[in-house]
Write a protein that binds this ligand. Structure first.
Ligand SMILES: [Zn+2]
Length: 110
């Protein structure tokens, strides 16, 4: 029964996302304006709820993704996807540099 329910939920969510994609790509200006007025707030709300479920603990680990011992060291895939899709990969490199990026640049070899 859980598999049937999961499949129905999954199909309903993907069906809604497909509908919104079609409306955004093929809809007239009135439909697109209505879409922006109603759906963007719903989508950002859903995204915030999803991110809240994956809020990191005091050690920076996701409580949802760290449920299994072998995944505790992995970064949360939900936050990685959110950052990639909402902020962008190029900003991530400059905003969250590794410790080696704090070193001063090496002098040029002549
Ligand atoms: Zn997570």
């Amino acid at each position: 029964m859980d598999e049937v329910l999961s499949s129905a939920l999954r199909d309903a969510v993907f069906g809604r996302l497909d509908y919104l994609d079609r409306l955004a790509e093929e809809g007239d200006q009135h439909s697109k304006a209505a879409l922006a007025d109603s759906e963007i707030v719903r989508l950002t709300g859903a995204f915030r709820a999803l991110l809240a479920d994956h809020e990191p603990d005091e050690h920076g680990r996701c409580r949802s993704c760290a449920a299994t011992p072998w995944r505790r060291r992995a970064r949360c895939t939900v936050w990685k996807a959110a950052y990639r899709d909402l902020v962008g990969d190029t900003v991530q490199r400059t905003a969250a540099p590794g410790r080696h990026s704090l070193r001063p640049p090496r002098p040029a070899v002549t």
